[in-house]
Design a protein around this ligand. Structure first.
Ligand code: XMP
Length: 436
């Protein structure tokens, strides 16, 4: 079944994908094309309408002059979002609708459904089918390698690739030992029935021995990042040369890494990829135009387990940066149990869908307590829970006291060597979401 197509002509700035997302949200298929795309090429897509997007100001003015003027004679409705194409259009005798706020859903709706006559029947299922077809075409009979972390993005990508190329795909899942309780097994289980090559590497000892005595957060992150690449490299070598290396980059990753001029606050270990150590010809990034919630929808569409699709964000170095200071197996076990209890209580209270990120931290601090009249000197667990839309800023979640109380009682009763539980009431900034 063919769908109406909206062409988005990108005249610079970041609005192109925001507009694309609005159009997709309204159930209409769209393609983003660069500003200098020839009119013939656009015509060949048989568009139902054309949207011009640009950042405000100069970029748009300058690039507008590079538009193929014949585009304005394509007999379809056109919409200008903040990019000043209307004078050029007018000269060509075309009236185009103009808006300055890409958040105005009403205007999008009226443009797509009234002006262009779109029906809004494009679904995530269509998106999946189209992408599967595109991946098959690109990959041919080549081999694809994916570093699977178990996070939402790499899991959805694995599912998409599995549907597209099956056993031509090898997923390497490095178990560094810093995952949450049961998580490694959950990931393995989620992919157990799939017809792909799935390789779980137990590298727990390797990581722990490299981190022995290391207490400084950035040093920990650096070592984990490096060791991850080494382990991956060793495994990839066993497989030999592959044709494609798949990355779960999503659209916000591109925005964040491309436009933020500020200094590094924390070195995020799984951003930037691993291209040097693996023998491959080309990188493929099939999710790179999707926003996080679209990635989740796609995962559901592909039949991925709910546990993976709705997983909250988890840092690449995992519990290693939630266990403050030096790491030991004992401390990681304490943290894993405490974190599990907190997550269960949040879920029991039905807050798991509204709080964006919540976890336990094992502070390096010990304090005096009392148990059955006997003095204890044990660890303090901190609970962290935040509301955020973009993870760049965040507010601590106002969790009801009774839920915090129940969590604290359970943690101090059920987890050995913990005698104190505190709740982190700092926002970001000045704190970050993670403690290290
Ligand atoms: P911070 O602690 O900087 O975290 O406020 C912002 C968000 O990023 C996550 N985070 C990471 N994600 N690799 C990741 O993919 C990392 O190394 C990493 N460190 C922090 C953090 O969990 C939060 O969602």
């Amino acid at each position: 079944m063919s769908h109406q197509t909206i062409v988005i002509l990108d005249l610079g700035g970041q609005n192109n994908q925001l507009a694309a997302r609005r159009v997709r949200d309204l159930g209409v298929y769209c393609e983003v094309k660069p500003f200098n795309t020839p009119a013939e090429e656009i015509k060949s897509l048989n568009p139902a309408g054309i949207i011009f997007t640009g950042g405000s100001g100069k970029t748009a003015d300058n690039t507008a002059s590079g538009i193929d003027k014949n585009i304005f004679s394509i007999p379809v409705p056109m919409l200008d979002i903040n990019c000043g194409c209307d004078p050029a259009a007018k000269t060509s005798g075309k009236e185009i609708k103009k808006i300055t706020d890409e958040n105005d859903i009403g205007i999008f709706k009226s443009f797509l459904f009234n002006d262009c006559g779109c029906t809004g029947d494009w679904t995530m299922n269509d998106f999946a089918r189209q992408n599967i077809a595109e991946i098959r075409k690109k990959v041919g009979d080549g081999r694809v390698l994916l570093a699977l972390s178990g996070g939402v993005d790499s899991s959805v990508l694995a599912a998409l690739l599995a549907k597209a190329v099956g056993r031509q795909l090898t997923c390497i899942f490095v178990d560094h030992g810093f995952m949450r309780k049961n998580e490694g097994d959950e990931v393995q289980k989620a992919f157990a029935g799939w017809d792909i090559n799935f390789c779980r590497v137990d590298a727990r000892e390797r990581f722990m021995s490299r981190l022995k005595g290391v207490t400084e957060p950035e040093e920990k992150r650096k070592i984990i990042g490096e060791e991850f690449i080494r382990v991956f490299e060793t495994e990839a070598k066993k497989i030999g040369a592959v044709d494609f290396f798949a990355q779960g980059t999503i659209y916000p990753d591109i925005i964040e890494s491309g436009t933020n001029g500020s200094g590094v606050v924390k070195s995020h270990h799984n951003v930037g990829g691993l291209p040097d150590c693996v023998d491959f010809k080309e990188i493929i990034e099939p999710l790179k135009l999707l926003f996080k919630d679209e990635v989740r929808k796609l995962g559901t569409e592909l039949g991925l387990s709910e546990i993976l699709v709705n997983r909250q964000p988890f840092p690449g170095p995992g519990l290693a940066v939630r266990c403050i200071g030096g790491l030991t197996e004992e401390k990681l076990d304490i943290l894993r149990e405490a974190d599990y209890i907190f997550r269960s209580e949040i879920a029991n209270a039905g807050l798991d869908r509204t709080i964006n990120q919540y976890f336990a931290v094992l502070t390096g601090m010990r304090s005096v307590g009392v148990n059955d009249g006997v003095r204890t000197y044990d660890y303090t667990v901190a609970l962290r829970a935040v509301h955020t839309t973009d993870f760049m800023t965040a507010e601590f979640a106002k969790i009801p006291y009774d839920i915090l109380e129940k969590t604290a009682v359970r943690i101090s009763n059920e987890v050995k060597n913990v005698n104190r539980v505190v709740y982190d009431i700092t926002s970001k900034p000045p704190a970050t979401i993670e403690w290290e």
